[in-house]
Ligand binder design. Sequence first.
Ligand code: IMP
Length: 437
Amino acid sequence: MPITIAVGTQWGDEGKGRVVDLLSDAADLVARFNGGDNAGHTVTVGQTTFKLHLVPSGIIHPQTVCLMGNGMVINPLSFLSEIEALTAAGVDASPARLFVSQAAHLITPAHRLLDQVQEAARGAGHLGTTGRGIGPAYVDKTARSGLRAGDILDQAGLPAKVQAHVEQVDCLIRQLYHREADENPRSVGIDVAGISAAFVEKATRMAPYIADAGAMARKSLAAGKRLLAEGAQGALLDLDQGTYPFVTSSCTTATGLFGGLGIGIQPVQRVVGITKAFQTRVGDGPFPTELAGEMAVRLRGTGANPWDEYGTTTGRPRRVGWLDGVLLRYVVEISGIRELAVTKLDILSGMSTLKICTTYTLKGRAAGDEFAMARLGEYQPVYEELPGWNEDVSSARRMQDLPAAARSYLRRLEEIAGVPVSLVSVGAEREQVIRVN
Ligand code: IMP
């Protein structure tokens, strides 16, 4: 039962879609186990760029069966438009090979609205959520009042359940957030009946995809099938282990697979930590190695290229900085990472000097290997400088094709993380990759 788990080691946007696409070559099943359409996984194959938010990136490989686990929160409207886009691009995204867990929770337009209203109400203390309703949907799940994908199959009961949920959100928005028509006509409560009926009508179209995804995964694993698990977001956005409260509402580490797919703890062959060659973050929260000014513009790009650092889901410019080795070591530990897939090495070409943060100081004192996540914003990074390289590395396919300085950068990264680099991406195209033996 070979299981590979591929997860982000930073604040998301590490290039997971691209790495999962490569690993999907050797998978029979590809599964998502957390998050929802807050994720944005980009895969470029020839002239076509796929931007996936919900469906596992493995769908692009015709031999795979794709599962969306119970740990996910799924907006049926986003799901259906993603299916439409995939189908239009010639990818089979039919219920014959794509299955949604009946225990996955649903995101409704009311959740999205509530997310946005709550974010506005936080004022200066906002979290920078994607506004996709992720937090409110997980709140309903843990409050045991959520709507699940399986509810869609109960045609008779669904309208009343949806209506009760929308009414509840409407009440919250009016009573708690005091959004009334005379204050802001665009944000009065909700057209409960209209929204509920439209949602039921659309959500029903998802019915053919709903299955016992956990049972399917367990049966396939028992039959020796190869499972690839695709994490969404990154470990530093984990609800418990991340930079709380500036996190998402799900388990984003490799450990989330078991509960989020329903497969029970069992041996895992590979745990691949996907790490951008530098650090980025979209949304608020501490970021010790953040850069401003010219260097930030250089790393971020202008937005002219699809690989520039602008959010796939929201289009927001990402905050950028040097690689944070302290956080990387921490994530290797909490996520059980055993190898690294380093992405976007090509972006560092042309920089005379590169920096990696290896330790922190706190109030002028060396912090050593210890740091308190809750005080992350108070630490100052201590950098090690490494020589850069000028060569274009985008055509490198073996380690020996890379300039010596690029190899040294990767070697140092391995030393800091304490695990080997098994894959390096040097461009957006599928074949622009170095597989390390
Ligand atoms: P939420 O998941 O929409 O509630 O957003 C919570 C935090 O996670 C915000 O800082 C978002 O910007 C961030 N976030 C959520 N999903 C992603 C992602 O896929 N990539 C990067 N950041 C994300």
